[in-house]
Design a protein around this ligand. Sequence first.
Ligand code: PMT
Length: 437
Amino acid sequence: MDTQLKNRKIILGVTGGIAAYKSCTLCRLLIKAGADVYVCMTPAATKLVGKDTFEALTGHKVAIDIFDEAKDISHVGLAKDADLFLVAPATANTIAKIAGGFADNMLTATLLASTCPVVVAPAMNTNMYNNIATQTNLSTLVNRGIYVLTPNEGELACGIVGTGRMKEPEEIFSDVCSILSNRIAYINHHPQLGLEQEKLPAPQKPLELTQTRLLPKSLGVGLKVIITAGPTEEQIDPVRYISNNSSGKMGYALAQVAAYLGADVTLISGPTNLQTPFGVKRIDVKSAVQMLHAVESYVTQADIMIGCAAVADYRVENPSPIKIKKKDDEDSITLKLIKNPDIVATVGHRQSHRPFTVGFAAETNNFEQNAKDKLVKKNLDLIILNDVSNKSIGFNSDENEVKIFDRDGQLAHFDKQSKQVIAQLIMELIFKTVRNK
Ligand code: PMT
């Protein structure tokens, strides 16, 4: 794990929270793992820990005063080539400044000048943490792709017990290693918004597309993406319907990653039990016809459309307005099914305002040929093939394995791993393909 830190330039920002003393341990852990650590302190932090401690640990001058820049270290120079900017502890005040884009001290100015991944470890009193102002600021950070390490619960310096205790140095160290090794190791959610912070499992194998580098967080910026997900429900009568086992996990993971990468994401979802991914606009529908209408109302503005929903190919021609009664004298009933519109094909065949169109192929046999046929028939730019005969991947599983094809053949094969990691790989490939067009 430590190898992720070897020769990495890490800026450790220390702000004026009582947890500042723990940053010395954190600093040591990073250095022991091979990182080249530069410390930047706010003036308030120097009241809690002496800069000499950090200078002795890192062997570098500590940056504090922005007005000393001419003779010392410049904020732009410090930010240059940094692999990661870690603010630990991050006080409510500094979090607010980062959210507002302030550059009024060496730490905030350096952070504003940085282009590397930023990790923030909040530490404060529970009420300050729960305050809507802090929560809104944290959401802003998360929306910008900054990694927020949700503080622990415990006894705080003020004597009360609650959330706000900075994560332990060992935990932060491990988070930093994960972030540097797993690209998007965390998709940040905010507990106050009803979502859990989720740690994504590490990929089983080195990733094919980018092996050691973090995904550029701006990859999706400026792109509007529509994703369909989940099953559809086709009504038989008011209490019965035809549906399938799609859980929505694959489509929601794609939406989560696309939004994380800065895209404007509209998730058009059939009925699922999943929470809306952070930063995603969700439109709930039931039937295929409703899904088509929802897609059509967003499609003219979309740059990319991904059809991940398991849409019923047929619906009942005349659903009964009242509950169908069992008849003692009949052993069977007949439902006439008629074809549903093909949503992704309708988008693929648009003559104007046609987004880059991606479909999934859920196959149980004749895999590659069926997928390629769908690519052509539905006029798609890409098709993502998954084997839904294997219960450990595909419908309602936590993992997937996919092959991606365009008209020229196979573009990628992503081995079996979590749907979240598969989603990262798919979205990276789609965004890069669209940007290179
Ligand atoms: O939701 P999960 O439990 O995570 O499972 C994920 C998944 C297996 C559902 C997903 O990975 C997947 O394969 N989605 C596509 C399911 C499907 O309907 O495949 P298909 O091969 O029947 O359809 C091909 C493509 O046409 C798909 O993009 C589908 O969304 C689209 N389609 C199909 C029928 C229709 N009437 N309209 C459509 O848009």
